[in-house]
Design a binder for this molecule. Structure first.
Ligand code: GLY
Ligand code: MN
Length: 354
């Protein structure tokens, strides 16, 4: 697995004229090496691939890391790279500009002369854009856990429980089913909180007549799920709004396929909203790539300039948010194919009233 990824990375580095590359994003290190710990740096060169971690991870990295020469540093990992001259002789050294800190850069700089450091973005991310079968299977496992938990929540949610009660149940139940962690803090937003796309769960008690938005996900061997469902607690005046989001989301699913422009998919989801004069209430992008990172490429937004690739997993999550009143969002995780997409999440989407 990692050999294929390393070979692709070396091809990219050669195209960019880089004769060394420092990987400091832990997600990217995990993708390239299999290492799941919290502290490591990699240096890749045409004829060497070195993984550096600290003594806490000596055993773990021995078990996990494949295809890399492992080293264990008793000091700062970047000082170690410098002192061991792991970058010696390189003329153009690429680094991940979004992940290498300025302090780390200064350490590397101090240990090299006559070298240019080249800021890069998305080198490993471009390789991981198209998921391998085993990656899709891990996302499926994570999605399946979240789907099962959603189903269980239906028996727990009733007027009087707090948003935090529900958030705690989500976290606990996902873990009981084998998730290593939440993919992010569960969003549980009732009543007017639903108007905030990223509301935090609070001590607010849910009440009859309100909508309740649940947005949560979990992580299985590094890979994430991310689903959203909105429920009615008793009789609701938001049914029309709900159905509008439900249909807009389906429009996007029906059009999604590899090869299309991301911004065109974003636009599809907005057609109904504009027609009904509520376009301004959908105030975020349609979705995002999903994998080792919760939010990764491709971004599905009006500002995106990339095409969707078959083999990418993305979220499709339109919503409408009425300030001071409430909101509705529905989110699925889908695998793009050459002809369409496969929806991985299976939680029901017709309005559920509890
Ligand atoms: N589900 C959280 C997000 O996509 O931002
Ligand atoms: Mn999402």
């Amino acid at each position: 697995m990692s050999r294929r990824r390393i070979a692709k990375l070396r091809d990219t580095l050669a195209e960019k004229g880089l004769d060394a590359f420092v990987v400091s994003s832990l997600n990217n290190i995990r993708y390239l090496t299999g290492f799941s710990g919290s502290h490591a740096v990699c240096v890749i060169r045409p004829d060497d691939a070195i993984f550096v971690t600290d003594p806490r991870y000596r055993m773990q990295s021995k078990m996990e890391v494949r295809g890399w020469r492992r080293m264990v540093a008793l000091k700062d990992l970047f000082e170690f790279i410098g002192q061991r001259k792991l970058l010696a002789g390189a003329h153009r050294i690429g680094f991940e500009s979004r992940f290498l800190t300025y302090a780390q850069y200064r350490i590397l700089r101090r240990h090299t002369t006559g070298t240019s450091f080249v800021p890069t973005t998305d080198i490993v991310e471009s390789i991981s854009l198209i998921k391998e079968t085993e990656e899709v299977e891990l996302i499926r496992s994570a999605v399946s856990i979240s789907d099962q938990v959603f189903h269980e929540l239906l028996a727990i949610i009733r007027p009087g429980v707090t948003e935090l009660d529900i958030a705690a149940e989500i976290s606990y139940r996902q873990r009981r089913k084998g998730a290593e962690k939440d993919a992010f803090e569960p969003i549980v937003a009732s009543g007017e909180h639903g108007a905030l796309p990223h509301a935090r769960a609070s001590t607010r008690h849910i009440r009859n007549g309100e909508m309740l938005t649940l947005d949560f996900g979990c992580t299985v061997r590094g890979y994430n799920s991310d689903i959203t469902r909105t429920l009615a607690i008793g009789k609701t005046r938001f049914r029309k709004l709900y159905n509008l989001v439900r249909h807009a989301q389906q429009d996007a699913i029906d059009s999604a396929k590899g090869g299309m422009w991301a911004k065109d998919l974003d636009a599809v989801a907005r057609v109904r909203f504009k027609k009904m004069g509520v376009g301004k209430y959908f105030n975020h992008s349609l979705g995002h790539g999903l994998g080792l990172q919760l939010h990764e490429r491709p971004k599905i937004s009006a500002l995106s300039s990339e095409r969707l690739s078959p083999g990418s997993v993305i979220t499709i999550e339109p919503g409408l948010y009425i300030p001071g009143e409430g909101g509705v969002r529905i989110e699925d995780d889908v695998l793009l194919t050459a002809n369409g997409c496969e929806v991985l999440s299976t939680s029901p989407k017709d309005l559920i009233t509890l």
